[in-house]
Structure formats: C-alpha cells, structure tokens
Design a protein around this ligand. Structure first.
Ligand code: 3SK
Length: 511
C-alpha cells in the first residue's frame, strides 16, 4: 500500500486532481448541471469556510441528511477539509431513528433536505447540543447553498493526520439499533488503491453512475471517493432508482461503470426497456449489498457485454474486500480477497477452517477497517479484534479459493441437530420460476422444536395456493438435504429490507 504522510486530509487528496485535469473534465453531473474539477474544488473550499463561519470547530460532528446532488461532495468534503466530521444519513430514516442518532452522535449541527423540515425539527427538538439546522434547497436556492456561494474559497487548511477520524457512517445492519462507525482519512485512500484501481481498473476516462446512494458506504466509494480519487466523472441520480429512471439517466450521460444492487439488476432485466441496456457502452458493473443470483449476473453480462463484479463489503471495512476479478468471474461467488486484504473462516471454536467447502465465520484483515463503533465498547471489542474484523457472515471457500455466501451468523438455525443456512433454502426457492424472492427463518412447531419457515414473494400474476406450497416444498427437497425444506410457506407482497437491500430476517422472526 502507498505510504501516506502523517499530516493528511482526504479531502485534499480527492481534490488534488483539480489542478491536473483539463478544465473541460466533468467531476460531477447531477440533475441540474455539470461541474468541472476546478468548480467542485472552489465549492468545497467555500463550504469549508461557510461551516466554520456557522460556528463549527474542527472535530465537531455534522449530520448530512441530503440527496445525491452536487451539494453532497461539496458539504462532505468541505466539512472534512475544515476538520469537521460529517455523518451522512439516509434521508428516508424514520423520525425515531433520527432522534436516536442525533442523541447518540452528539452532533452540533444538521444540514437536511428541505422537504424533511418537520421530521428533522421534531427529531432534533430535544437535543440540547444542536447549534443550528440548515436546509438544502439546492446550490442556487436559499439555505446552505446560498451560504456556500457567499463564502470565501480562501481559508487556511486544518492540519489533520491520516489516522484521525474523518467521518462516521451509521450501520443499519440486519439487527438492532444503528451503530456509529468511525472512519479515518487513511481508510478512504486504502479503498481507492485496493478496490477502485486494482480490481476495477478505474481511470480518469471513466464516468461512474452509482444507483446506490452516497450516504451508504458502498455508494460513497462508488459515487464520490473512487471517481474523485482517479479523476473520473461521477453521475448522480437524486430520485429513487427504478428501471426507468436508471435507463433514462444512462441514455443521457453514458456511464462506463454502473454500480447497483442485485434487486436493481433483476428489475432492469425484467423491465420492458431491458433491450435498451445493450447499446449504452458500459465497461464494467459492480454489485454488493447481498449475494448476486448467478443467473442475473450471466444474463446482464450477455445483454450488455459488461461483467458484473460481485463483491462483499461492509460499513465497518468501508468498502468491498472480497470480489470477483474482471476476466475471472464466477457468478454465484463473492470472489477472492481484494489485493491488500486477507480473509479467513473460523469454526465455532474460533479455529481456522482449512477444509474446502466447509462453512465458517468470515473474518477479514485490511487497512480500511474502522477505528471502532462510537459509544459501543462491547460491540467494538467483539467486531474489531486486533487486525481482524469479524463480519458476522457465514461463508465457505472452494478448492480454488473462491468464497460463497452461506448466510448471516445470527440467522443460522439448528434443525434436528444440523446447521441450516437460510440462504441455502432461499436460493433453492428462488430457483423456482414462480418465485421472485424468499426469506427463511426459524419457527417453532407444536412441540416447540425449530424448523425452517419461508416467506415467499411470488412473480407477478402467480396465484398463491395450497398446491403451490406443496410444489415448492417438493422443489426444495430435490435440491437440499431433506431436513432443510420449509415446513411452512407464507406468501407475502414484499420482504422487510434495509436501505441497502439486505433482508431483515429478525423482523420476520419476531412477527
Ligand atoms: O453490502 C456490502 O457488500 C457493502 C459493500 C461496500 C460497502 C459497504 C457495504 C455494506
């Protein structure tokens, strides 16, 4: 890994390309226009001044509850440049989640999208430490945009060091309350070098469109730190990514790199406009958030000519640390460790699993690991153990060293003394042509013994019947060991999911 100087500010590193790239090179393309690297640098420096003028000091924390527009890199990098610690959040969180995070993070100030005024004002009403709330009405509107444009772009830089906290992300996780994950300036540089450059081969001629939003670790890398890190263009979609909004934007902006999640790739393929994806000039795609069904990967590549690099990352590791490689893709697998990372599987006693095709808990070692969770000592100790980060994911590794997802550790269940991975049963169900999505959870039978139960979303127009239940159970039994088949199947309209598309099985277990 490239050595970093001690005094280091990741915002300066990401803006270093401004002076080197031609003035015509677009750094950001959003719904209202496009901005060159020099223009973005100017905005970031003004934002740094504006935030200091608003009374924030280095190391103060600032919540950013804004969409994917030019204001995101402006404020995120402006805060970091001024030594202030930004905490981007999903604007769609509930008032209750905002209240919890505002208290937990002890932020001094909030910048939020203007349509969320009531929700944010209520959530912040009991927080004594908040100095101010500003609203985002766009760069050229009143509110934070006007303050940025009025501020000076000249300010003495704050001397931060590579190993101090640059920003936090809140991990929604598949269970429990969100946790504040504290990342260092250094961690961003590691993910750019290891994943963006060495796996994706990202370069300044690329234009990256991430349908995954910037508030989320996956989207933050794809849509901000990676393109800025190599001097590429970043394309932003502020609305919900649907097949129509994604295809429309691709047709007008021509990205070479597209970053999505499996549900979106599946809905793009199912869209009546799927054929339009064939001629868009995509070079490569990435998928994360949950395991990509192999059929989806193959069909998307056949259609577009662009491979999907499926990988596994986490908010704790900042970005992807297991990934397929262009030219060596195995759809259905999360690939192999990204250069700069090491992975191991641990058995129930904490010993390293050496046998191929044997399930263990995945642990990973790499320099982008977070500094820890805020105010959660026990959880930090359990997750960040020396150099190794415990992922809570079950994986197996084949003879060739490729890793295959086997479910979340806390979702595993024991049936008749045997471990059952919900993911294996779900994959068997999803292979049935009438099934769109499935989630499997432990359920007690009349003897209070644990057995698998499935929640199934059917393909459009398929009718749920008792015969279909029997058909699906038989279908699963053909593919997996007999004790694993779902004893009950409940047909539902949709499954509970996190903002990043992970199934929240705990909600189904509690239902
Ligand atoms: O879910 C993932 O695989 C992921 C990837 C990159 C960054 C963050 C996350 C959670």
């Amino acid at each position: 890994l490239a050595a970093l100087p001690k005094v280091y500010n990741i915002a300066d590193r990401l803006l270093a390309n401004s002076q080197l790239l031609p003035a015509t090179k677009r750094a950001v393309i959003d719904a209202d226009g496009s901005y060159s690297y020099l223009e973005v640098q100017d905005l970031v420096l003004r934002a740094a001044t504006a935030l200091r003028e608003l009374g924030l000091e280095p190391e103060d924390r600032l919540l950013l509850i804004i969409g994917d527009t030019i204001l995101f890199p402006t404020l995120f990098l402006g805060a970091i440049r001024a030594g202030i610690v930004p905490i981007p959040l999903n604007p769609l969180l509930s008032e209750e989640d905002f209240r919890y995070i505002i208290e937990d993070s002890r932020v001094k100030a909030i910048i939020a999208a203007s349509h969320d005024t009531d929700k944010i004002n209520h959530a912040a009403s009991t927080a004594a430490r908040i100095k101010w709330i500003e609203y985002d009405n766009g760069l050229n509107g009143p509110g934070i945009g006007a303050r940025i444009l009025a501020a000076s772009p000249y300010q003495l830089p704050v001397a931060t060091v590579a190993d101090e906290i640059a920003f936090w992300l809140y991990s929604s996780g598949s269970t429990g309350r969100p946790k504040g994950v504290r990342h260092l300036h250094r961690n961003v540089a590691v993910t750019i070098e290891c994943f963006a450059e060495r796996v994706l081969g990202l370069r300044s001629t690329d234009a990256v469109f991430s349908a995954a939003k910037l508030f989320f670790a996956y989207g933050l890398g794809n849509g901000l730190t990676f393109p800025f890190g190599v001097g590429a263009s970043a394309i932003y979609l502020n609305e919900r990514p649907t097949p129509d909004s994604v295809i429309d934007l691709m047709e007008t902006t021509h990205p070479t790199v597209f970053c999505g999640v499996p549900t979106l790739f599946a809905s793009l393929l199912a869209s009546p406009r799927a054929a339009e994806l064939a001629d868009l000039g995509l070079r490569i795609c990435t998928s994360a958030g949950e395991a990509l069904p192999p059929e989806i990967g193959r069909r998307f590549e056949d259609l577009t000519g662009a491979p999907i690099i499926d990988g596994l990352g986490s908010t704790e590791m900042l970005h992807i640390f297991l990934a397929n490689r262009p030219g060596q893709i195995r759809y259905g697998s999360s690939g192999v460790p990204v250069p700069g990372y090491e992975a191991q599987l641990l058995d129930e006693n904490g010993s390293v699993v050496t046998l191929p095709d044997t399930i263990g808990e995945l642990v990973v070692r790499g320099y982008s690991a977070a500094d820890g969770y805020w105010n959660q000592r026990d959880k930090s100790l359990a997750t960040f153990r020396g150099h190794w980060t415990h992922t809570g994911d079950k994986y197996l590794r084949d003879d060739d060293g490729f890793y295959y997802y086997a479910g979340r550790s806390d979702d595993m269940m024991k049936v008749s003394g045997n471990w059952v991975s919900p993911f294996e049963v779900e994959s068997a169900l999803i292979a049935h042509p009438k099934v769109l999505e499935a989630a499997v959870v432990p359920w007690k039978d009349t003897d209070t013994l644990i057995k698998p139960k499935a929640y199934v979303v059917l393909q459009p127009k398929v009718v749920a019947t008792t015969e279909l239940t029997v058909e699906l159970q038989a279908f699963v039994k053909e593919q997996v060991s007999p004790w694993k088949y779902p004893r009950w199947i409940e047909f539902v309209e949709e499954l509970p999911k996190t903002a990043t598309g992970k199934i929240q099985r705990f909600k189904l277990r509690e239902s």
